[in-house]
Design a protein around this ligand. Structure first.
Ligand SMILES: Cc1cc2nc3c(=O)[nH]c(=O)nc-3n(C[C@H](O)[C@H](O)[C@H](O)COP(=O)(O)OP(=O)(O)OC[C@H]3O[C@@H](n4cnc5c(N)ncnc54)[C@H](O)[C@@H]3O)c2cc1C
Length: 457
């Protein structure tokens, strides 16, 4: 792409055309609009546009094309990584946050800047819920377009499998619509393959769950071997209505962290059961075999509270993550991985996490670039990376973790969990990757759209 000068007159003309706002470096709004949740990304675009509607997005894409700029898009910046520089126009979608619920069809129409928290608030009065992830501040768009592995994944599949339609702006700056009947190729690409344009609105399937049985139990780290062994035994043969995960963490000793775990290393087990009575009995059966926890947050609660089960900071946070698919996981692998992680001995990682997959999370029936995850478990890890030295230390820790998990590793990264990183080797099946590459070549031959994550397509 040619990097052409953007004159003040051209910027003013675009500003005049937008219903939303625009900021260039030096303007007061710029610093806030360019900010991403993951602040390890270096984002200093030529300009940031905060659109109010699809026409604003289309005007911004055409402006970028006229001035030889690429287009990057973010709703929250949880998935931000790498460098967004002078050659890029950044679309900050967070003002596009309307959520409409269709109770009869069990669907939500969600503008592309909305978070899962906003969807939960809108859906809950009707007893409905979407397939949200663990953090309510994560954006629906980026989550869905990268797969989306959430609290209901074993029962209802990945977020991408719930995507029924997308309104998007293509590389020419034209507003289009994709669903299973119209432009199914584009829908396929948005389902886990990061799409072929800037989505302005998505239609998602919802599920009837006025209440869930969910929470977490926390133990000091010395109980980890026993707790993990029992949890892994229990997870075999579980109904699909229960999705569970275990995480070990060393919490920073800072005032923002609640006092009861500030500066401590712990192991937690979290679960969400959709069959209130039977799943509760099953979870309680597991806990009866385990030591008394330091904290127990399990209860029957509205799904909007799922975002509280695994605490996450409000951001911005300079973090770096890893995510791998595991063929299986057992007590001896758990011991190796925990030892290699350095959790509890002051290593650079903040947490490691094992998510139980299977059920509908492994069901490839919905066509899409990534609508299912093979393997029985997902291993994820996060470290703080405010400086390049920290990033190097975190990557070395990921390397040690990877070596420990090598015998059970499927050789596939999970792109969504590689926060702050620009690559995700093996995230897509090779045949899928080739189809996505061809589709992008046809729809965006000039590579107008900048994506922080290289899916090899
Ligand atoms: C604290 C935390 C918890 C998480 N929990 C989970 C979890 O439980 N399960 C899970 O699967 N993932 C989880 N993730 C990963 C998360 O799903 C990804 O980082 C996701 O990409 C974030 O989407 P976003 O829209 O919030 O972020 P953004 O950074 O705004 O978007 C990420 C990318 O998505 C694409 N994108 C965003 N909006 C649009 C749009 N309108 N049109 C086209 N493309 C768009 C762009 O390529 C963009 O760079 C978590 C991440 C964090 C930091």
């Amino acid at each position: 792409l040619k990097d052409l000068m953007i004159s003040e007159a051209a910027t003013a003309a675009l500003r005049g055309r937008l219903a939303g706002s625009l900021a260039t470096p030096g303007e007061p709004e710029y610093e806030e609009l360019r900010q991403s949740w993951n602040s390890s990304a270096r984002q200093r675009p030529a300009l940031v546009v905060a659109p109010s509607d699809a026409d604003d997005v289309a005007a911004a894409v055409r402006f970028a094309a006229d001035h030889g700029r690429r287009v990057a898009v973010q709703s929250t910046g949880h998935g931000a990584a790498g460098v967004v520089g002078e050659d890029v126009l950044l679309l900050n979608m967070r003002g596009l946050d309307e959520v409409r619920i269709d109770v009869d069809r069990c669907t939500a129409t969600i503008c592309a800047g909305a978070t899962w928290g906003a969807v939960a608030q809108a859906a809950e009065p009707s007893g409905l819920a979407g397939v949200a992830g663990t953090a309510s501040g994560v954006g629906v768009a980026g989550y869905t377009f990268h797969g989306g592995m959430g609290w209901m994944a074993r029962a209802h599949g990945l977020g991408s499998a719930s995507l029924m339609g997308v309104e998007y702006v293509d590389a020419e700056g034209v507003v289009r619509h994709a669903d299973e009947k119209h432009d199914p190729d584009a829908l396929w690409a948005f389902r886990g393959g990061a799409g072929v344009g800037v989505a302005t609105r998505v239609e998602l399937r919802l599920w009837r769950h006025p209440r869930v049985y969910a929470g977490a139990r926390f133990w000091s780290l010395e109980h980890a071997p026993l707790v993990l062994e029992r949890w892994l035994d229990w997870s075999q043969g579980l109904p699909e209505s229960i999705t569970s995960l275990a995480w070990a963490f060393q919490a920073p000793d800072v005032p923002a962290v609640p006092e009861w775990y500030r500066g401590r290393s712990m192991l937690a087990l979290g679960a969400c059961g959709l069959e209130l009575e039977t799943d509760r009995a099953s979870v309680e059966g597991l806990f009866a075999e385990l030591p008394e926890p330091l904290m127990d947050t399990f209860s029957v609660r509205p799904p909007s509270e799922l975002g509280l089960v695994q605490p996450s900071p409000p951001g911005p946070v300079p973090s770096r993550g890893d995510g791998r698919l595991l063929r299986r996981f057992d007590a001896s692998a758990a011991a190796d991985v925990l030892r290699a992680s350095g959790i509890g001995s002051g290593g650079p990682l903040i947490s490691i996490e094992i998510r139980h997959l299977g059920g509908r999370a492994a069901d490839p029936q919905v066509p899409g670039a990534l609508t299912s995850l093979p393997g029985e478990f997902l291993l994820a890890a996060v470290g703080a990376a405010a400086t390049s030295e920290q990033a190097t230390a975190v990557d070395a820790a990921f390397g040690r973790l990877g070596e420990a998990a090598a015998p059970i590793d499927l050789g596939r990264a999970v792109a969504a969990f590689r926060g702050g990183r620009t690559d995700a080797p093996g995230a897509l099946d090779p045949v899928v990757r080739e189809r996505l590459r061809e589709l992008r070549q046809a729809r965006d031959p000039e590579r107008r759209f900048h994506r922080p994550k290289d899916l090899g397509a």
